[in-house]
Ligand binder design. Structure first.
Ligand SMILES: [Zn+2]
Length: 450
């Protein structure tokens, strides 16, 4: 009896201590809470609906947060709103005959349950938790120690807030490895898309841990060298964990003419591409997709572009991993049309998405960015395709689908499933990418600015 009583007291003390820690964290970091925030699904059915919704969203600039954009009739648009704005926004939708329904009733409730599968302190449990930048970097250092012949760490550069942008290269210690092409996988360019760094970490750990036991993994490591930048937007990612779970951009303060202040540039709109700046947000620094005041205005994009350029002769393939919507997209975002090598790219996207479907049953759509979701100017894959001449240049939007009810707040319980389905895709596409690994595309036109 005494032992049981003691145990109960310990539970009580433990509970009080946890509450005190949670309360102190909220106070010390001014953690932003999203109580009674909602996400609405809007369903524009016609071209007129699409342009009416676009106009409406522009008129609400700064007062709402678009989680999923689309310019295709029949495709959903997801809009996140605070409690003060919901009724007015719904009334605006109704006035424009735009159909909608509630996708998330209480954003904070989702955030509170996000880490449910994660038990801290369990070292074998890395893929059941979302991690801080420091924890991810510590894991990279651990992997280098465990696999010294295969792993090289590369500090690509420093962010605006002087955090390291740490990359990891997996390359066999054999003479022929230097002749192999390089696959570059970039994660976490948008801070709130936590499943992206988590999935990258799953894949790179599998490459190291399963290469002896899994033929498909062995083929990946024998065919290419693999470079991962697990957290591109390190400042934004840290901010999502300490202050605002739904932050997207980097953390550079923007000086506005006149009054007011803004923070952050959308790094995946800041790469130098054709048609850069043809963006609804081009002169609105408070906008979620603010592209900056010129291409490569940000230290993070300059740094990564310089690194990519330094490896351009080896680059066979480039992936920019995002969430959400379950999509696999090719260039271009900056214009309508399909690249000359699209048949080959289509084979890759088809094989990749079929492998995902046969692994988990999840359906991923694929196609050129502009036609599949919306025009997007200044994105990484267009830069890598057009300027660096890399044929296999893709964006993958991970789980969940737009029909699911999680958006960016995917429970950590799904990290392993996301990792497995994307790993299956990489195994399936490796032989196709290896058919002509040095394939480069000659460009006959100079870009406006680089
Ligand atoms: Zn994204």
């Amino acid at each position: 009896m005494k032992a049981v009583g003691g145990l109960n007291l310990n539970f009580l003390q433990f509970g009080v201590a946890i509450l005190a820690i949670i309360a102190s964290q909220h106070l010390s970091h001014s953690l932003r809470l999203f109580d009674r925030h909602k996400v609405l699904r809007v369903q524009p059915q016609t071209e007129d609906h699409v342009s009416s919704l676009r106009e409406l969203l522009q008129s609400w600039n700064g007062a709402l947060d678009v989680w999923k954009q689309s310019s295709i009739p029949g495709e959903e648009v997801h809009v996140h709103l605070g409690p003060d704005a919901i009724e007015d926004f719904k009334s605006d939708l109704t006035k424009r005959s735009l159909k909608f329904e509630t996708m998330i009733e209480d954003t904070q409730a989702l955030i509170d349950n996000e880490g449910m599968c994660c038990s801290e302190g369990d070292e074998d449990n890395f893929d059941s938790c979302y991690h801080t930048v420091n924890e991810i970097h510590d894991e990279l250092f651990r992997l280098r120690k465990e696999y010294p012949d295969l792993v090289k760490l590369v500090n690509v550069g420093k962010s605006y807030e002087k955090q390291d942008m740490l990359g990891i290269e997996i390359k066999q210690n054999t003479p022929d490895a230097s002749e192999r092409g390089l696959v570059f996988i970039l994660c976490g360019i948008h801070a709130r898309e936590w499943i992206s760094p988590a999935t990258c970490m799953y894949i790179l750990r599998q490459l190291l841990e399963s290469k002896e036991s899994d033929e498909g993994v062995a083929n990946m490591v024998n065919s290419f060298n693999w470079f991962f930048l697990p957290v591109f937007n390190v400042d934004g990612y840290r901010f999502t964990q300490e202050v605002d779970r739904l932050w997207r951009k980097n953390r550079r303060p923007i000086l506005l003419t006149g009054s007011g202040k803004a923070v952050g540039v959308d790094l995946n709109r800041n790469f130098a591409t054709e048609n850069w700046g043809l963006n609804d947000c081009v002169s609105k620094a408070n906008c979620e997709t603010y592209p900056g005041d010129k291409p490569f205005s940000e230290i993070e994009t300059q740094t990564v572009a310089a690194y990519l350029k330094s490896r351009a002769s080896e680059l066979v393939s480039f992936f920019d991993i995002h969430s959400y919507s379950q999509l696999w997209m090719a260039p271009w975002g900056n214009k309508n049309g399909t690249p000359a090598e699209y048949n080959l790219m289509r084979r890759v996207m088809k094989a990749g998405t079929e492998a995902i479907r046969s692994t988990s049953g999840k359906a991923f759509k694929f196609g050129p960015t502009y036609q599949t979701i919306y025009p997007a100017y200044g994105i990484t894959i267009d830069y890598v395709y057009d300027t660096l001449g890399v044929t296999h240049s893709y964006t993958i939007e991970l789980r969940p689908s737009d029909k699911d009810d999680n958006g960016f707040i995917l429970p950590a319980c799904q990290i392993i499933d996301s990792g497995k389905e994307i790993m299956a895709a990489f195994k399936a596409i490796t032989p196709i990418m290896a058919e002509n690994p040095k394939r480069k595309v000659k460009r006959d036109r100079k870009l406006r600015s680089q």
